[in-house]
Design a binder for this molecule. Structure first.
Ligand code: C5P
Length: 243
């Protein structure tokens, strides 16, 4: 078999050139990293779980008409996606205070926010992905005002979908991060959800017990990460049942 061309290797995924122009193959690794890769481990099965969960979430977005890069899952660890030009911003939506918001503003973890808060961080590992304002984004030409309006609208639609989905299986969507890319069709371009949606990039708390079912389990040594992600998949009906 011909060797594939690697386009990019990140902390949790590898991107390869896809079989058709304008496509890529996204491979999910078992590697887990936190605190800008200062903490690292290999969690057996994480890549398989995230590939499957990401497929499920992206298909949900497609069903609601929220454009995204997902085409189809190819195997246990890989999915075929449309190639995009990633906008160098992480788009974070928060429903409940946690993580860096608590640290930055001294708010107690778990405080319900009065409305969803959308934040942008500049994607640069060497800077630790700093929080940036719309003024920074426009001044440095990372995106236009129209892009920003579209990104906020997309992020809030994703939030509505994911919050409702999770609520239905007894999980609170505390916050999440998405990445958005430009898809080109001749002179025409549109913004679509790219990268991944998985428990690596969300905070998910059991509504009854408050148990964490996301990457904070790894960040804060709260137990077995694969067990937590398996529980999310099980509740969504993605795992074979024993009965
Ligand atoms: O760390 P912070 O509280 O800003 O993270 C907010 C949300 O964005 C969390 O769900 C976290 O998992 C996600 N995130 C991410 N990748 C980053 C930074 C944050 O997936 N580089």
């Amino acid at each position: 078999m011909a060797r594939r061309t690697k386009i990019y290797e990140g902390k949790a995924k590898i991107l390869y050139e896809g079989p058709e122009p304008g496509t890529i193959v996204q491979y999910f690794k078992d590697d887990a990293t936190a605190f800008n890769a200062q903490k690292k481990d290999v969690i057996e099965g994480k890549g398989v779980l995230n590939n499957r969960l990401c497929e499920y979430f992206m298909n949900g977005l497609t069903a609601l008409g929220i454009p995204n890069h997902f085409i189809k899952r190819l195997n246990m660890r890989e999915q075929l996606c449309h190639q995009v030009e990633i906008i160098p911003l992480e788009v974070i939506v928060r429903n409940v205070a946690a993580g860096s918001l608590c640290k930055m503003l001294g708010i107690e973890e778990g405080t319900q926010l009065p409305r969803p808060i959308v934040e942008f961080c500049y994607k640069d590992d060497s800077l630790g992905d700093p929080l940036v304002s719309e003024e920074h984004i426009l001044a440095f030409n990372w995106a236009t005002q129209q892009d920003l309006d579209d990104m906020v609208a997309i992020a809030l639609r994703v939030n509505d979908y994911l919050s409702g989905l999770m609520y239905g299986v007894g999980i609170k969507l505390v916050d999440f991060k998405i990445e958005i890319g430009r898809q080109f069709d001749g002179d025409f371009q549109r913004l679509i959800v790219a990268d991944e949606i998985s428990p690596d990039s969300c905070r998910l708390w059991d509504i009854k017990t408050g148990q964490k079912l996301d990457k904070d389990v790894f960040r804060r040594d709260l137990g077995d990460l694969a067990d937590a992600y398996t529980e999310v998949a099980r509740r969504l009906g993605l795992m074979p049942t024993n009965n």
